[in-house]
Design a protein. Structure first.
Length: 242
């Protein structure tokens, strides 16, 4: 057990989060994956194990401090030292400002920004004493510019980017690599397939992002030597405008 290393993926959905978990399991880490519903993690856990990797699933709400604290304590106690934490909660909603409610705005902020703070803080608390570890916050197009109808989402992603920058400047000198990849483009997901069929047809032309390719970049970020760390990188298909 002492030789096992844990990689925590917060928000391990069916696309990017799941691909990241699979990549780190392939690299020898115990993939510790979370969603609010533990039952929804079963297919991912089964796939990782069938591929020869190790995985643990946790039903955990990243917006609740006590659950986040318990998650990290459990992983450290039962699995091994946390060497990677990926925050991958989406919270992408399109809501016209005149119809925006306090409840929607607050929920998006809680999911996209506040939960990033809670998980980032707990990751830092276990990594700093060891002087090593990687914390990755997944960004989006909305991390850089607020689009019409995306006031809540952009607000949360701007805040997450600021958190990542502040943590990188504070924790980098302590040996902790904090990175913020910006995913600028449609990803190969069921949501894109069902809601944007015309865009999905670009898949055959490499016009949408492959989750496995995103995951490979996260692996490379984690493996970077500390004399050449990347804080922010952007990923987009070759035909995506920016």
């Amino acid at each position: 057990m002492g030789e096992r290393k844990a990689a925590i993926v917060i928000g391990a959905g069916d696309a990017t989060g799941g691909a990241i978990a699979r990549r780190f399991a392939k690299g020898g880490y115990v993939a510790c994956v979370t969603r609010r519903s533990e039952e929804k993690l079963i297919p991912l856990l089964d796939q990782i194990r069938s591929d020869g990797g190790e995985a643990r699933g946790f039903g955990s709400d990243a917006r609740k401090e006590e659950e986040v604290v318990e998650l990290f304590a459990t992983v450290e106690r039962e699995v091994g030292p946390v060497e990677l934490m990926v925050f991958n909660i989406g919270a992408n909603v399109n809501f016209p400002i005149l119809e925006m409610t306090e409840r929607v705005y607050r929920k998006v902020w809680e999911m996209g920004a506040y939960s990033g703070f809670l998980t980032g803080r707990e990751a830092a608390r276990v990594m700093v004493p060891r002087g090593k570890g990687t914390i990755i916050f997944t960004g989006a197009t909305a991390s850089l510019r607020g689009g019409a109808g995306f006031s809540a989402f952009a607000g949360a992603k701007f805040a997450l980017r600021a958190l990542a920058q502040s943590m990188a400047r504070e924790l980098g000198p302590k040996g902790i690599h904090v990175a913020h990849p910006i995913i600028d483009g449609a990803i190969d997901t069921a949501f894109i397939r069902d809601n944007f069929p015309a865009r999905y047809t670009l898949k055959d032309e490499d016009g949408i992002l492959n989750p496995d390719h995103i995951a490979e970049m996260y692996w490379q970020l984690h493996m970077q030597p500390r004399d050449a760390w990347t804080h922010e990188l952007d990923l987009r298909p070759w035909m995506e405008t920016f």
